[in-house]
Ligand binder design. Structure first.
Ligand code: NCD
Ligand code: ZN
Length: 339
């Protein structure tokens, strides 16, 4: 049987929620990944080091016995974030970054930043302490077409942020467009991007052709095929600016299969298998290890993992649900399986 063994990967963009959902989803991630950058968009958002440490403890409780997994915490940046809190975060060994959500851009982003230019003093502090800024890069204007929101964010805000804070490490999270790939590729080595499995595997037809498919709806929304091709080329390029971040974002099935369905795809149950499928389709399985296991760790200044994981080329059917959460590709066949 064909197998693929790589260094145990890290997930550089993950939503695990809290409470009951956390207990369902965290074991899926902990089985595959050694570490994950944990998104802070809880209700209420994780805005202080004290909240991040409490959330970290809740996550640690959900790790199955005998499994080695480290959550890497982030704080939610708001217009009310103080310079003292940034200093505390910089001094805390468990906090790895701040996350910037434009207000209203996505799930639980109401507390986000309405005017990015108003928080420049906070970005200066992040730059000073060398704390990475993770960006949900979409504008929120009602009159901006949803398929253009990432490109316009780059043009209107990101170019200026990069110019004003040349030493600030930035991750453009879940890059979804050719323009994002081009921007990150041509920027300095302080600028990187994560790429999700769904944006490598699907274009917008997956949501909209042949009936509306809410389980393929996430933000930023899937784009047209030319953009998917650009993302594939970035992921298999061996360029260390592009690395794995699943953006696995569980929502209960009834809240996605809804007249106003939530944004987010649940992929943690088979994240590595989904990426393997995308890399194999592009004849580039040999590039998966750098993307999944090396470049993210290098960007965050973490030691690379030493353990290995093995995938087997074997068909299996994705369950219809995991505790009321419908997984990506539910009831469909995947071609790789982690051993
Ligand atoms: C994420 C969520 O549900 O928290 N949803 C999504 O569609 N990706 C938030 C986010 O990362 O935008
Ligand atoms: Zn996300």
């Amino acid at each position: 049987m064909k197998t693929l063994t790589i260094t145990r990967p890290d997930d550089c963009h993950l939503h695990v929620r809290n409470g009951a959902i956390l207990k369902t989803v965290l074991p899926h991630t902990a089985r595959q990944f050694a570490r994950a950058i944990i998104m802070p968009n809880l209700k209420p958002p994780v805005t202080t080091v004290a909240q991040a440490l409490a959330y970290r403890n809740e996550i640690l409780q959900a790790i199955p016995e005998g499994v080695n997994f480290t959550p890497l915490m982030t704080l939610y940046l708001t217009a009310a974030t103080t310079l003292e809190e940034i200093k505390r975060a910089a001094e805390c060994e468990h906090v790895y970054a701040f996350k910037l959500y434009p207000a209203g851009a996505t799930t639980n982003s109401d507390a986000g930043v309405a005017d990015v230019t108003k928080i420049y003093p906070l970005l200066a502090a992040l730059e000073k302490y060398d704390l990475p800024l993770l960006i949900h890069g979409e504008v929120t204007d009602e009159d901006c077409d949803i398929f253009d929101r990432e490109r316009v964010f780059i043009e209107r805000y990101l170019i200026d942020i990069v110019k004003n804070f040349p030493a600030l490490r930035i991750v453009l999270e879940h890059a979804t467009t050719k323009e994002a790939v081009e921007f990150v590729t041509s920027a300095s080595n302080k600028i990187a991007a994560t790429i999700t499995p769904q944006h490598l595997l699907f274009n917008r037809n997956a949501i909209l052709a042949g009936g509306i498919k809410p389980h393929y709806y996430c933000l930023p929304i899937l784009k047209r095929e030319t953009h998917r091709q650009a993302l594939i080329n970035a992921a298999i390029s061996g360029n260390p600016k592009f690395f794995l971040g699943t953006d696995s974002a569980p929502h209960l099935t009834h809240l996605k299969e809804n007249a106003c369905g939530c944004a987010g795809c649940y992929s943690a149950f088979a994240a590595l298998e989904l990426y393997a499928q995308a890399f194999e389709q592009a004849n580039s399985l040999d590039k998966l290890e750098g993307f999944a296991s090396f470049y993210g760790a290098d960007f965050y200044g973490l030691p690379r993992n030493v353990e290995k994981v093995t995938l087997e080329k074997t068909d299996w059917t994705v369950p219809a649900s995991y505790d009321k959460i419908t997984p990506l590709k539910s009831t469909e066949i995947l071609y790789w399986k982690m051993v």
